[in-house]
Design a binder for this molecule. Sequence first.
Ligand code: ADE
Length: 233
Amino acid sequence: MLNISVFTLFPALFPGPLGASVTGRGLQKKTWSLETIDIRSFTQDKHRTVDDTPFGGGPGMVMRPDVIDRALKGHFNQQKPSKLIYLSPRGKPFTQSLAKELAKSDSIGLLCGRFEGVDQRVLDAWGFEEVSIGDYVLTGGELAAMVLIDACVRHIPGVLGSSDSLTEESFSHGLVEYPQYTRPRNWEGREVPEILNSGHHGRIRKWRHQESEKMTKKYRPELWKAYVAGQKD
Ligand code: ADE
């Protein structure tokens, strides 16, 4: 079973959306587990201070290394998890392949920063990997952690139904998903593409593949470039 420990100043945000749908059922069935650790409960001063001003000056506040270290030691008690990840916009990009890889671990520790971030020394001391979910800045790492967890746990056997895994396949082949249609056949004058009513599975597969290519070209030119380059090898 995959155990995920989230270190945060806002434990009440969890499980949030992870408690719904297939990820929520996975939690209930104990296919994976989620623990939240309130970083603030590891402070030792009267004001329960978790942050301080940055050395060298500059705006904002930085999370203190000693408080985070106590939270990590208190929780892991000498036994480090197989993966330690600090969610941060400067980290390596989160991808489908990293999601799959993480799903094979047995324990993951996720650190959510707030303010201007976390003192570098505690990241170095514990050997955190830094991961970003995209080139934009969130208010804190919590939403990023939820995105990472969601994309990861759906790869654990038994979490997803078999029909959902097909969708994923096509993404792993380097193209985005083709358009989908369901009833009614005619909706406000818009017809479902004729080919999908043909019952001709070979032609449908080919049409879907072409649509995937078109969508990838249109929305994800960099993926398209990589896909075309891959076809030549
Ligand atoms: N924390 C703030 N912004 C983030 C991002 N884009 N990815 C991961 N963690 C973050």
